[in-house]
Write a protein that binds this ligand. Structure first.
Ligand code: G16
Length: 543
């Protein structure tokens, strides 16, 4: 074995987005592309002797090849140990869990999350720091700047590690340990939730369908739900991770998880339905013929958090991303705890969690999590709901309806215009920014604008400032329209329009969501001129 130094030149465009560097597989397959980025991560970290790195991915196409390359580079960089998931598989929450449990310096997650996989699909890489969470912007920017000047990388010429066999192998001076992908994570879940109560629930005939979407959460859900909690075999569908996710879009929302929606809409539907995404950090929660918005899910879990052993002491605070509905803020107010509003991107929750200011966090993009790790966590959210269902003896719909009756309902929807012309999308945002100053006080149909701005966040812990995080038009009654460009797409631009209307009166709590939001949808079009700028009369995806 020897270590080679390879000459390279900078490759433009390696700036991480909302969650790591995500590009088409064909881009990642270019000579030196992955290596340049990984060396930039390592050089940003500096001397790693004596340190441990965690490595794993969601099993998508190119995962195994990338894992072997990164192992050779980690050995060349002088890490003491690399812990790699069996088969190269680790869900994003499992990486976070293992980093924390094994006191690693950090970890590399290979995933493009909910983006499609396969040779024509997407690939991604993300660095997580010692707290288990995504690297904050000062770190990702340092990595990016390094990619702009990189001239060489170092790599061992050692052969491939057998990723299927658990155990330790030496590569150069580095100990490479292939670890069970599920064990550490499952152990943590047992500490947080009342597994006995959930076991009794299943033993009593409670039925559930969990859609693994042929992505990474399948093995975790199978081991925990069917293996440890006694759910009948077949509870987890699409459980085997496939390199192309079976040709589907591993995005747990009512549009992409169509098979699960169909199961839950049948007359003999199970009591509970759930799905997770490509890398296992998102979740969708369904009842019989009923779906729970991610914003409501956060609020409902927060209101009942003390049913779960891991949260019996109560919550310190609740954090949500700005476009997420304000339902959780109402719960925080009732509990007398702080509510935080951060930019989109789980990385913005890290400081609040580390400082003990927030216990639960959530995002409208089907992400929910807590201070147990520093990522959002799909299987965790499902277990939390199971714990709540077991403790309350109520159905998903009952819990949601009772929540609205107590706190009022925040009707909520996101309209996505995917793969639109990037220039047009940026011009739309620029033209909205110009209008912002003129909007306050305007009468827009049933609504009067209270204020309109481009969301800016000052981190309360380190004082860092994130600007231009989404344009919000907030009405005097708290209803809102938010416009943002996605930071995770790989084709053109994706315009997201987030719509929220608060309804206090229980008489109006059961309207179809798009109907309840119809006036706001019209205003969004009038103010932003979406059809004119994008040439699209309708959104691509409505969730
Ligand atoms: C990532 C981030 C989330 C964010 C989501 C959507 O999730 O971790 O914080 O809400 O992307 O971001 P955007 O609206 O910029 O596309 P994931 O599950 O893709 O890693």
């Amino acid at each position: 074995m020897s270590i080679n130094t390879v000459s390279t030149t900078p490759i433009p465009g390696q700036r991480p987005g909302t969650s790591g560097l995500r590009k088409k597989v064909s881009v990642f397959k270019q000579a030196h592309y992955l290596e340049n980025f990984v060396q930039s991560v390592f050089d940003t970290l500096g001397d790693c002797s004596g340190k441990t790195l965690v490595l794993g991915g969601d099993g998508r196409y190119h995962n195994r090849v990338a894992v072997q390359t990164i192992l050779r580079m980690a050995a060349a960089h002088g890490f003491a140990r690399v812990l790699v998931g069996q088969g190269g598989i680790l869900s994003t929450p499992a990486v976070s869990c293992v980093i924390r449990k094994r006191a690693a310096l950090g970890g590399i997650v290979l995933s493009a999350s909910h983006n499609p996989g396969g040779p024509d699909g997407d690939f991604g890489i993300k660095y997580n720091i010692a707290n288990g969470g995504p690297a904050p912007e000062n770190v990702t920017e340092a990595i990016y700047h390094h990619t702009e000047t990189i001239r060489q990388y170092r790599i061992s010429d050692a052969g491939d590690i057998d990723l299927n066999r658990l155990g330790v192998t030496r590569m150069e001076d580095t100990e490479v340990e292939v670890i069970d992908s599920v064990a550490d994570y499952a152990e943590l879940m047992q500490q947080l939730f009342d597994f006995d109560a959930i076991r009794k629930l299943f033993a009593g005939g409670f039925s559930m369908c969990f859609d693994g979407m042929h992505a990474v959460s399948g093995p975790y859900a199978k081991a925990i739900l069917e293996g440890q909690l006694g759910a009948p075999a077949g509870t987890v569908i699409n459980a085997v991770p496939l390199e192309d996710f079976g040709g589907h879009h591993p995005d747990p929302n009512p549009v992409n998880a169509a098979q699960l929606i169909e199961v839950m809409a049948a007359d003999d539907a199970p009591d509970f339905g759930a799905a997770s995404d490509g890398d296992g950090d998102r979740n969708m929660i369904l009842g019989r013929k009923f779906d729970v918005t991610p914003s409501d899910s956060l609020a409902i879990l927060a209101a009942h958090a003390t049913v779960a052993p891991g949260y019996r002491a109560g919550l310190k605070g609740i954090a949500r991303s700005m476009p997420t509905s304000q339902a959780a803020d109402r719960v925080a107010a009732a509990l007398g705890i702080p509510a935080f509003e951060t930019p989109t991107g789980w990385k913005f929750f890290g400081n609040l969690l580390d400082a003990g200011k927030a216990t639960l966090c959530g995002e409208e993009s089907y992400g929910t999590g807590s201070d147990h790790i520093r990522e959002k966590d799909g299987v965790w959210a499902v277990l939390f709901w199971l714990n709540l269902l077991a403790a309350s003896g109520k159905s998903v719909e009952q819990l949601a309806s009772e929540h609205w009756a107590r706190f009022g309902r925040n009707y909520y929807s996101r309209h996505d215009y995917e793969a639109v012309d990037a220039k047009a999308a940026h011009e739309l945002m620029a033209s909205l920014r110009i209008k912002l100053a003129t909007l306050a006080g305007q009468d827009l149909g049933h609504f009067v604008v209270s204020f309109a701005d481009d969301f800016e966040y000052t981190d309360p812990i380190d004082g860092s400032v994130a600007k231009q995080q989404g344009i919000r038009i907030v009405m005097t009654n708290g209803s809102r329209i938010v416009f943002r460009l996605s930071g995770t797409g790989t084709e053109g631009a994706t315009l997201r329009v987030y719509l929220e209307r608060y309804e206090a009166d229980p008489k109006y709590h059961h309207l179809p969501t798009q109907q309840a939001l119809s006036a706001l949808i019209l205003i969004a079009e009038q103010v932003a001129g979406i059809a004119d700028w994008t040439g699209r009369a309708h959104p691509t995806v409505i969730t």
